[in-house]
Design a protein around this ligand. Structure first.
Ligand SMILES: Nc1ncnc2c1ncn2[C@@H]1O[C@H](COP(=O)(O)OP(=O)(O)O)[C@@H](O)[C@H]1O
Ligand SMILES: CC(=O)N[C@@H](CCC(=O)OP(=O)(O)O)C(=O)O
Length: 259
């Protein structure tokens, strides 16, 4: 039996945080989650929108944003400011003692700029270390970290890091000490056989099935990195990953990946 304390890490993506109603529902459901918890947010769609208003075009390659100096300013403002603080203030209003963090705050997540291979992603960070001890101290004091998809290199540079990766790496770092459940919440019921048909939920998935579904074209786009991060987390000791509708974070629906 797992005697570790439970920790729930919930990642919420761009479409949910952008829309008033869905964000409200998600935060109400998050507030109701019992025990230790961490919220990780994205906000890709909001960044794309603000960038467009400033005349800056967005370019995504393999689900990752190409981040030049102008785009880095936009994502720093949008993720570290607008989206993060909007969530923190709402959680505070519901009695959750939320603390908004980028990876630079308290040195929570260190990364290095992704080396240029086929693609130059610019100011995008690959995670080196998550300070799990510090996060554990915070959550044991009753504080709920709300993490933005920004990291730093320890040399004065902020870097853009995919929010699914922030959630996966944080879950991995906490798994030594806690019995971690990682939930990826988005606008669909989970991993689907047909991405347009919510009745086609795949309730459980293992790694070989995942690879087969990718070959068959059933799993595509943003779902690929989400599942790659999920299996990596499971291999690193995370107890359970659930991919589910943002309004269904009760842990009983969605697609489940277990050790
Ligand atoms: N088999 C599948 N089941 C569910 N979604 C899928 C599947 N294949 C591809 N997708 C796509 O993956 C998207 C989720 O990835 P992404 O947009 O990166 O999520 P998020 O908003 O959480 O960042 C879905 O909106 C859907 O369009
Ligand atoms: C490097 C990289 O791709 N960073 C992401 C971070 C935000 C994110 O992941 O947001 P969602 O969860 O809403 O997609 C981006 O700028 O789009």
């Amino acid at each position: 039996m797992n005697m570790k304390e439970k920790l729930t890490i919930i990642k919420v993506g761009g479409k949910i945080v952008e829309e008033e109603d869905s964000l409200h529902q998600l935060l109400a459901a998050f507030t109701a989650v019992e025990g230790h918890k961490i919220l990780v947010h994205g906000g890709g769609r909001s960044a794309t929108k603000v960038a467009a208003q400033l005349g800056i075009e967005s370019q995504m390659i393999n689900g990752r944003r190409v981040t030049d100096a102008d785009m880095l300013n936009v994502v720093t403002m949008v993720y570290g400011g607008l989206v993060n603080k909007n969530i923190v203030v709402r959680l505070q209003a519901q009695g959750v003692n939320a603390l908004g963090l980028t990876g630079a705050d308290m040195d929570v997540i260190r990364s290095h700029k992704r080396p240029v291979k086929d693609v130059d992603y610019g100011f995008v960070g690959d995670v080196d270390a998550v300070n799990g001890t510090l996060l554990a101290d915070l959550i044991r004091k009753g504080i709920v970290p709300v993490m933005a998809p920004l990291t730093h290199d320890g040399q004065g540079h902020i870097l853009n890091t995919n929010a699914d990766t922030i959630a996966g790496e944080t879950a991995k770092a906490m798994a030594d000490v806690f019995d971690v459940t990682l939930m990826y919440c988005f606008e669909k019921k989970g991993v689907l056989r047909d991405a347009e048909d919510d009745d086609s939920l795949i309730p459980h998935i293992n790694e070989s099935e995942f690879k087969r579904y990718v070959e068959e074209g059933i799993i595509q786009g943003g779902m690929i990195p989400k599942l790659e991060n999920s299996f990596e987390a499971i291999h690193a000791g995370v107890s359970k990953v659930i991919i589910t509708l943002a309004t269904a974070i009760d842990g009983v629906s969605g697609t489940v990946i277990e050790r």
